[in-house]
Design a protein around this ligand. Structure first.
Ligand SMILES: Nc1nc2c(ncn2[C@@H]2O[C@H](COP(=O)(O)OP(=O)(O)OP(=O)(O)O)[C@@H](O)[C@H]2O)c(=O)[nH]1
Ligand SMILES: [Mg+2]
Length: 450
């Protein structure tokens, strides 16, 4: 996520952070660099200028050059201003007093409306809500089918058009279905257009009139950068929006859309999409996003994801084992499966402060796949119970036997054993982080490094 922005900003701030003294001119120089980095990330010119102006003002107001840790203070100011730019606080979708809460998803072609409808339904269902999806996109036959498929995956009812029904009629009937089935949330998927044109605006207006949405959310493709934000302005002028869902943050989006959209539209980002999978939707937290952009990781999101995968008992058992150094190769496979279920490994690792999959030399795009995991399990199965508990006894001849038994190579066995040792170290770190975050949740770490 925003790799380049992270690297460049991280570089500038790291340079400042270590400094015992800092002159006004040096701060000025850093601000010029920051503005340039923002522009390169496709942030709107005026927003980039205002941003650095506010950082400058705060730096002057706090007389940072007189401070004992001037660099550190500048980093904190930049962080605070980033949080502000991203919308200050997390906004949740609050249920309407009179259910169902109606959410209308709108946006241009291919921005991710249908996918997001399914993700949002799955997300809300996991949190105890009862959502229904309405297929109010009749622009092409495949659109309805696509929503039916994601709805099936999410395990929620999809209301599709019957012959003779138009988008408005489907949406209206879906409201009735919600009442019949005591569903508390209706998510309406709408048709995309190439541009914000009269057709689009008229259709959305008619749907809005029919179902009176509590939330009209713009689904915005982050890859489109500033163009997307300009388009969003036109959209907001024609159809009043209550919020934005920013999609495709897993791609090589430069960050401009994320950093500009809230300031431009004056509406919050509610969720971000981080992949094509049903689970790849995260509630948006400005402070966590700012930390990620500054390379400080996002321990809170990591912990929340981990909590979805591991039961309290399992976590306690693991902690006990790690403390007593009883953590075995069997636990290792189980851990790997759980970490994998949290999302593509590079994305998961990026949430650890100071960690980046790229820097660790890991492949991006979740390339640590099922097949590799299968080979690792085969190797572990070829070990004796004693070897699994005490891998340090596995010498050269045992390694050859394990490779033969599992149809792998000695190199792979070597790599596995090395990974196991590294994983032990890393799990200890994660656990420590978790304990630290549990105490001072959401507080700004004092350093950019772990
Ligand atoms: N990588 C990535 N791909 C996404 C994300 N969200 C959606 N996509 C992909 O984007 C493509 C378009 O998604 P759709 O959900 O069909 O978009 P849409 O807005 O409904 O498109 P129309 O109905 O044609 O306007 C699909 O290939 C999705 O898998 C995301 O967060 N990350
Ligand atoms: Mg669609």
């Amino acid at each position: 996520m925003f790799e380049q922005l992270q690297t460049r900003l991280g570089g500038i701030l790291n340079r400042l952070r270590g400094r015992g003294t800092l002159s006004e001119a040096e701060v000025e120089q850093a601000l010029r660099e920051i503005r340039l980095v923002l522009l390169e990330a496709d942030v709107n010119v005026k927003i980039a200028r205002d941003f650095t102006a506010r950082v400058r003002e705060a730096a002057i107001g706090q007389e940072v050059w007189k401070s004992l840790t001037p660099g550190q203070q500048v980093v904190q100011i930049v962080h605070a201003e980033l949080v502000r730019l991203l919308g200050e606080t997390h906004r949740a979708l609050t249920p309407a007093p009179q259910p169902p809460t109606v959410i209308l998803l709108a946006g241009l072609h291919g921005t991710g409306k249908t996918t997001t409808a399914g993700k949002l339904a799955a997300h809300l269902k996991k949190r105890g809500r009862a959502p229904v999806l309405a297929a109010a996109d009749l622009s092409r036959p495949a659109a309805v089918r696509q929503l039916e498929i994601v709805g099936e995956r999410a395990g929620v009812t999809v209301v599709s058009p019957v012959p003779g029904e138009d988008a408005v009629a489907v949406a209206r009937r879906a409201l009735v279905v919600c009442r019949d089935r005591v569903a508390d949330t209706l998510i309406v998927d709408s048709a995309g257009r190439l541009h914000v044109d009269d057709d689009l605006v008229a259709e959305l207006a008619r749907i809005r009139e029919a179902v009176a949405p509590h939330y009209t959310l713009l689904v915005l493709d982050a890859m489109a950068g500033q163009d997307a934000v300009r388009m969003a302005e036109g959209f907001h002028a024609a159809v009043p929006l209550d919020g934005v869902i920013l999609t495709k943050l897993d791609g090589d989006a430069r960050g401009g859309a994320a950093l500009s959209v809230t300031a431009t539209l004056g509406v919050p980002i509610l969720y971000v999409g981080t992949g094509e999978r049903l689970e790849a939707l995260e509630p948006f937290h400005p402070d966590r996003m700012a930390s990620r952009i500054l390379g400080m990781g996002d321990v809170m999101t990591l912990i929340e994801k981990a909590q979805e995968q591991v039961t309290v008992d399992e976590a306690r058992e693991l902690e006990r084992k790690m403390r007593r150094a009883e953590f075995t190769l069997e636990d290792f496979t189980k851990q790997m499966r759980q970490v994998r279920a949290m999302g593509p490994i590079d994305q998961v690792l990026a949430m650890i402060p100071g960690f980046s999959a790229r820097r660790a030399g890991l492949p991006g795009g979740g390339e640590i796949d099922e097949r590799a995991l299968g080979r690792i399990e085969a190797m572990i199965n070829s070990m004796t119970p004693g070897e699994r508990r005490h891998p340090e006894v596995i010498d050269g001849s045992r390694r050859r036997r394990i490779a033969r038994g599992s149809g792998t190579t000695v190199q792979e066995v070597n790599r596995l054993l090395r990974q196991f040792t590294d994983a032990k170290k890393m799990l200890k770190q994660i656990e420590q982080l978790g304990r630290r975050a549990g105490r001072g949740a959401g507080r700004l770490p004092t350093s950019l490094e772990p």
